[in-house]
Design a protein around this ligand. Structure first.
Ligand SMILES: C[S@@+](CC[C@H](N)C(=O)[O-])C[C@H]1O[C@@H](n2cnc3c(N)ncnc32)[C@H](O)[C@@H]1O
Length: 234
């Protein structure tokens, strides 16, 4: 659904950061879901997770919200076997594509949810359990009247802080300058975080973040890119 259609949908029960898009699974995505869900899929109904039991080790956990088709997430998991990765995405074809890429790459340190990240954070992720949370190129909700749908809000920052370990980092990136400014404003006002930027605004893209699909699209449209990193200090 487009932002325009979303606006015309009456009686939205809850303000969400996404609109469920219809999308047919390709044969490959459907097969990847069938073959890999039992070993890589996590479900909201599982309740609070024991992350060491999920991964079979105590490695630090990186959680990514809205991984899209998952290609860059799989690249990161492959490049960093000393970390465990959890990806969350609501778009089923994206989850299928991610599992397809993960099985091709042979990664064993990645698990995925097909669910709203807000609910997964609240119900499945233990407090102080995450070394890093990644939010790369979230839906920008361009129009001012839609800004309330942006996932980065003060309440979100606070809920997410509880899930980061002390010293854990919330890493955001966007190609939409107005959203970058919004992220900076919200995160600078949120208690218990310290901006990792020497100039108190943006940071250079760290080596571990590959170019994502939406980033490449933004580049083609002539957009800039802004990375922000905030550490949990309290
Ligand atoms: C603009 S895309 C960016 C995808 C990817 N990170 C990239 O850079 O290519 C944003 C993604 O976030 C997902 N998303 C938005 N809100 C979400 C939520 N609350 N929980 C899980 N996924 C969400 C959307 O389905 C969409 O795939």
């Amino acid at each position: 659904m487009s932002e325009q259609n979303a606006e015309n949908t009456p009686y939205l029960r809850k303000i969400r950061s996404f609109v469920r898009r219809e999308g047919r699974l390709t044969k490959g995505q459907a097969q990847a879901l069938d073959a890999n869900w039992a070993s890589m899929g996590l479900e909201h109904g599982m309740g609070l997770l024991d992350l060491a039991a999920v991964f079979g080790n105590n490695n630090p956990v990186v959680l990514e919200i809205g991984f899209g088709m998952g290609k860059s997430l799989v690249e990161m998991a492959k490049a960093a076997p000393e970390f465990n990765f959890i990806g969350i995405e609501v778009h089923k074809p994206g989850v299928g594509a991610c599992l397809m890429a993960a099985s091709e790459a042979g990664v064993s340190n990645l698990r995925v949810f097909e669910h709203d990240a807000i609910e997964v954070l609240a119900d499945n992720i233990p407090d102080a359990s995450l070394a890093r949370v990644q939010l790369f190129f979230p839906d920008p909700w361009h129009k001012k009247r839609h800004h309330k749908r942006r996932i980065v809000q003060l309440e979100f920052a606070e809920n997410l802080r509880q899930k980061l370990s002390i010293g854990g980092v919330f890493h955001m990136a966007t190609d939409w300058e107005n959203y970058a400014e919004h992220m900076l404003e919200v995160m600078s006002a949120a208690p218990g975080y310290q901006n990792q930027s020497a100039s108190s605004d943006y940071v250079p893209c760290p080596d571990y973040r590959p170019k994502t699909k939406f980033e490449a699209r933004g580049e083609r449209l002539g957009h800039g890119v802004w990375d922000l990193m905030f550490e949990r200090t309290a």
